[in-house]
Design a protein around this ligand. Structure first.
Ligand code: NAD
Length: 703
């Protein structure tokens, strides 16, 4: 199969990129372009060359699957391709439609002319992977669109529509009709008029107040970039384009690119990019399994979660039947939904008309009848198995055959819920995170009997809803809550050992977590865990489930919602204020347990809490609850505020080195009073250390 078409008509060679899905510039394609340009150059019948795409447009740029492999460095390198095009003695014209991203835009900038369709989408998105455009993008783009526009595009990675760049030298012809025809017409004109070859590298950049402008750009980009080095490196590369001759600027761009390629931050961002793609594949559900059609849905319960889930559906244009038990509860739920949208209205991200349009998609009801023709229902009623039983029995009686019955349960056994119906194959868990209309994570919980096409439907639906879906097996807490429970236990141990909530939270926030565990607990509400521990204590009377949070709850401190928890909160404010009363409660708790407090260091806090996560993550992967370690990373990144520049807990462990992680866990397990079962390295971790492998290299257990 050829990746590049070559056809000569009326003296013009048309080179058509044809490498689905996005005509990426992998090694084969690069070879083909170099050969085709060389062939056109020596062919006396050819007067000009048109480079055009197919399918989704021009090209999506580099083949990310080649990143880090010898193929990405193999000749012809992208720079060689660009040089071949630029040095061609016959005019080379890029004809651009659809996507034209990264290396593809850099290639277009090396062409002598560009004919751009009005529907093209132009971007240099490398910064999103912690990189910069490394094939001359930072040197050529400012030459054609000006320094400010180029910097905005390169530093943000945003996609720009050609009508915004019409007046610039990026676009020689703005085409609103047939792109190929426009390009061929233009090529004929260029040949007929014997126009000189226009090389972007020869354009001189003019920037008034150069130094002051560049300093301003450095300052503002640095302030916004946080821990990421790429945005500032982008500015430096563009500065080189302004201050140095073209070849010296290219050299500087290369150096900066190489440094970013070797950075931890870029490695993490590239890992996440690939993890998101991997998560869409379910190992034993082939792509050929067709998802069921979902055009109308139901939501049971209009509380915190039900309301957010209903918003998620209507935001995607899906009509929702929303069921509650009482008119009061229904009115309250609808009022909350309206209030949430009004926030967006005030910010200007939603118009009054589209607000009303969305709300009109909700059909509120107190009866099950309107659910008869929905394709999928998400249950979000109280977390109580008896209530869920009643709801699922009723749904089973009412829903049409083929409809999907989903539960948003956080901790109840999905397989038990499925057995409340006569169609367990149609039952699945859709575990949304709060607030459901905002959080991107969706755990798709696969029951023992869930059918393959039900799973495929959930994944397709998640995509439509703009969610990142991760498949989880059934276990206590699924992937995320099972891990966060271990993290919370590690943090609680440190509290007892001698640290205070504010020290623990600050240490973990300095590591990069969006919120420390105690602030997070206050936000979620301490009463939820309190109820669970009371239930566990009744079930296992010989075990100690007591927790400082119990004493706080007994004092009416349920977290932010009561203005006090591990911290205190001023009325209407969310900033956590350390509270001496809490310190006194913790001290008393330690005394009762006979603990003499010691000094706990910040690095010990980070090590214990993060390694507790990693150890539980390893168990989850080994058991097959998660399909792959990168799925665990996605859960923690998108649901629990793990810093993206560290790539997720499992990727972080790979970078630290699994043998170091295992050694530290053994050291903690051996300490007096430590819960050895909790801290002993998970068998998978031990095995990978023995085999000298990483989590990323582990392709899943046979389960
Ligand atoms: P909630 O108390 O805010 O809302 C529950 C709603 O269900 C209430 O409005 C109630 O009137 C309604 N309801 C109760 N019984 C019903 C019935 N038989 N039929 C119809 N409606 C009924 O609770 P929530 O926080 O929205 O939690 C709902 C579910 O989502 C639970 O299973 C919970 O574990 C799960 N969950 C909650 C969160 C969270 O952060 N709150 C996150 C993920 C999952």
């Amino acid at each position: 199969m050829s990746t590049l078409g070559f056809e000569v008509t009326n003296g013009i060679a048309v080179l058509r990129l044809d490498n689905p899905p996005v005509n990426s510039l992998g090694l084969e394609m690069r070879r083909a372009i170099v050969e085709a340009v060389a062939r056109a150059e020596v062919d006396p019948a050819v007067g000009a060359v048109v480079l055009i795409g197919s399918g989704k447009g021009f090209s999506g740029g580099a083949d990310i699957r080649e990143f880090g492999t010898p193929k990405s460095y193999a000749e012809p390198h992208l720079l060689t391709v660009l040089r071949t095009i630029e040095e061609c003695t016959k005019p080379v014209i890029a004809a651009i439609d659809g996507i034209c991203m990264g290396g593809a835009l850099e290639m277009a900038l090396a062409c002598h002319y560009r004919v751009v369709a009005s529907g093209a989408r132009l971007a240099l998105p490398e910064v999103k992977l912690g990189l910069l455009p490394g094939a001359g993008g930072t040197q050529r783009l400012p030459r054609v669109v000006g320094v400010e526009t180029a910097l905005n595009m390169i530093v943000s990675g945003a996609t720009v529509s050609p009508d915004k760049l019409r007046a610039t030298q990026l676009i020689d012809v703005y085409s609103e009709g047939d792109l190929l025809k426009s390009a061929l017409d233009f090529a004929r004109t260029v040949i007929a008029e014997r126009r000189p070859l226009k090389r972007v590298r020869d354009i001189t950049i003019r920037l008034p107040n150069t130094e002051a402008y560049l300093q301003f750009a450095r300052n503002s980009v640095k302030a916004a970039a946080g821990p990421y080095p790429a945005p500032l490196a982008c500015v430096e590369a563009v500065a080189a384009a302004v201050l140095q001759p073209f070849d010296a600027g290219m050299k500087r761009e290369r150096e900066l690119f190489a440094a970013l390629m070797a950075s931890e931050e870029s490695a993490a961002l590239r890992h996440i990019f690939q993890a998101e793609r991997a998560a869409t594949h379910i190992k034993d559900v082939p792509e050929s399994v067709r998802p069921r059609a979902i055009t109308r849905v139901g939501v049971i319960g209009a509380g915190t979660m039900g309301g957010g889930i209903a918003m998620t559906f209507i935001n995607a244009g899906l009509p929702v039947v929303l069921l509650e038990t009482t008119q009061d509860a229904l009115d309250r739920g609808l009022a909350n939904i309206r209030r949430n949208y009004q926030g967006a209205l005030r910010k200007g991200s939603l118009t009054e008309a589209s607000l009303e349009q969305r709300l009109a998609l909700i059909m509120p009801t107190l009866s099950y009848e309107p659910l008869q023709d929905v394709d999928l229902v998400v249950e979000a009623v109280f977390e109580n198995i008896d209530v869920k039983k009643k709801v699922f029995e009723k749904l089973d009686a009412v829903l049409k055959q083929g409809a999907i019955l989903a539960s948003n349960t956080s901790a109840l056994n999905l397989d038990a819920i499925a057995l409340f119906t006569k169609r367990p194959a149609d039952v699945i868990g859709l575990h949304f995170f709060s607030p459901a209309n905002v959080m991107r994570l969706l755990e798709v919980v696969r029951g023992a009997k869930t059918a393959s096409d039900v799973l495929a439907t959930a994944m397709a639906l998640a995509k439509k809803l703009g969610k990142i879906a991760v498949v989880s097996g059934v276990c206590d807490g699924f992937i995320g809550n099972r891990m966060v429970a271990r993290y919370g236990m590690a943090a609680h141990d440190l509290l007892l050992a001698g640290a205070l909530p504010q020290q623990i939270d600050t240490a973990l926030q300095n590591f990069g977590m969006v919120m420390g565990p105690f602030r997070m607990a206050d936000l979620a509400g301490l009463d939820i865990g309190w109820a669970v521990r009371k239930r566990h204590a009744a079930e296992f009377p010989s075990r100690d489930f007591s927790n400082v949070a119990d004493v706080l709850c007994e004092a009416g401190r349920f977290g932010q919602k009561t203005g006090a928890g591990f911290y205190r909160y001023e009325t209407g404010a969310r900033n956590a204020i350390p509270d001496p009363e809490v310190t006194a409660i913790i001290e008393k708790f330690r005394e009762r347990r006979g603990i003499t407090p010691r000094k706990v260091t910040d690095s010990e806090i980070v090590e214990r809490c993060i390694y507790a996560l990693i150890n539980e993550g390893a168990r989850i992967v080994e058991e097959g609850v998660a399909q792959r370690s990168s799925d665990v990373d996605l859960v923690y990144l998108n649901g629990y505020g793990f810093p993206a520049y560290r790539g997720g807990p499992m990727f972080y462990a790979d970078r630290v080195g699994l043998s170091s992680v295992a050694r530290a866990l053994r050291r903690i397990a051996a300490l007096a009073g430590a819960d050895a079962a909790f801290w002993t390295p998970a068998p998978l971790l031990v095995r990978l250390v023995q085999e000298g492998k990483t989590f990323s290299e582990f392709k899943g257990s046979s389960q």
